[in-house]
Ligand binder design. Sequence first.
Ligand code: IPD
Ligand code: CA
Ligand code: CA
Length: 264
Amino acid sequence: MERFELARDAVIKAGEALRQCHLDKSEVERKSGHQDLVTYWDRETEQFLRRRILSAFPQDSVVGEEYPPEEHSPSGMTWYLDPIDGTTNFINQHRNYAISVGCWNGGEPLFGMVLDVERQCLYWGKHGGGAWRNQTPIHVSDRNRIPELLVTTPGIQKTFLEDHPYRDWLIRLARDVRGVRSLGSVALELCEVAAGEADLFAALRSSPWDHNGARIILEEAGGAAYSLDGGPLPLQTKSTVLAVNDEKLMEELRKRYWEGQGEV
Ligand code: IPD
Ligand code: CA
Ligand code: CA
């Protein structure tokens, strides 16, 4: 089985297990605090995905959220895994959470896969092969005027309430756009931009496993992901994220906010 087929099979099986599971309170633990949780099911899912990947491709490296990275460089391939992106939603809603997989050959994207578990929607994109939701092609929106934008951001508290050099800029953007939404899953929100359901995504703190799968899907759908200063989005380190539907919107943002020109 090739890597893409293996990933699809493993993600779909892991999704079935999550849909059927009954989460017990005793299975929920705090990590850094009461807004940063992990469950038995996050760990089970990550272990399942790691086992499937490394038994077929033992020379690949795996970077996942819940366990230390397993780095075996010979193949040059690295998998970024978020077993449950949207753990708070998984715990409180049992919906709006995803399994996210990104497979990279060094710095080159191979494919990204994000399963919206409860809706059974598989977002995927292979490098150069377009972006898809199940069997349907998806594409970014063509809205690039600031007052028309629907912005999504994965954590209202983190984005607007905590000190950060970009917070004031995001508050200004939020005032200028048509609307701001927060689903609570970086991977699903990037897929919303890929599918044209949101136009811009901004996050102040995002980890490689949060965005390295969905950013491939977004780029295949016509969009682009940067860090919030407009520079390249790093692959291996935590970063701010600015994802847009296309380069025209980046130009608008540059003119209006970074160069202080233009009017809404
Ligand atoms: C989190 C979600 C959340 C975002 C956090 C992420 P997790 O991932 O994507 O929306 O605000 O920054 O860490 O912990 O549910 O995998
Ligand atoms: Ca995550
Ligand atoms: Ca997670």
